[in-house]
Ligand binder design. Sequence first.
Ligand SMILES: C[S@@+](CC[C@H](N)C(=O)[O-])C[C@H]1O[C@@H](n2cnc3c(N)ncnc32)[C@H](O)[C@@H]1O
Length: 269
Amino acid sequence: MSWAHYGSVISLEGFDANAFLLTQDHPKVYDVGAGLSYAVGDHLDKEGELIPLDIHYMDPLANYFNRILKKYKKTLPAVEFGMTEYLSAFIPGDASLITIQNALDHSSSPIKGIVEALVALREGGVLYLNHHPNEAEIEHYKGFHQYNIDETAGELVIWNQSEKIYVGRLLGAFASVETKRMDNGHIVSIIRKQGDDVSMPAPLCKYVDHQADKAELCEVLLRYQFHNTSLVKNMKNSFRFGMFNVVQFLAQMLPWNLKMKVKRLIKQA
Ligand SMILES: C[S@@+](CC[C@H](N)C(=O)[O-])C[C@H]1O[C@@H](n2cnc3c(N)ncnc32)[C@H](O)[C@@H]1O
């Protein structure tokens, strides 16, 4: 994958997205976990003619990213709020192509994210994944990465210390999965939705259980409120946040080489 293709033709490593989208009626693309990278191009090339693409950039940190765009007066499209775990609530089942690059392994349940994305696709639509392999192992399961994404004998494998899921086997006839390890090590998967939502195999239904989602979200909200309503805790958090900002400000002034050395040391710790 590479960054900032905004203003140019859609281009994805290991998948001819332009050719695929030209086969689609009113193609609609969602770049999920987009950050502020605008890595997916926003035009189609139809026999040399550049056509603007209906593309949506989506991220759970949308509010923060939009604030940055506003602050620095960037004339780029706003980032829409949405996250992989509940993707079908943000995309109304009409996507031709959903791309998730370097973000699925940040989520609390990558398999749920894949199934949610399949629900959000139209029939024949493609979920495109591009990730660095085994990030959780590399980072010793600290921080965001709690799952590894890998390829074994052409199969997409999502695993951690307690489970290992062969994605193609789990999805069965609902979707085809083509996975490859690129020369630069990236794991690219092209997952094509075959059936409609009704034919979703029973083992997948638990991943798109809206009642369970509501219960989980209420619990998270109330747990957050319980842990964050004390004045003392709020003051502690504000102090920590202030300290974090000071450290970040000072770190920005360090030379690049030194910054990378410190980052490596933190990763090893
Ligand atoms: C390493 S950045 C990747 C940005 C961009 N896709 C790229 O490849 O340059 C990871 C992004 O994933 C987003 N993210 C984290 N958890 C997510 C989730 N559960 N669903 C969707 N995006 C998530 C983060 O907010 C962040 O913007």
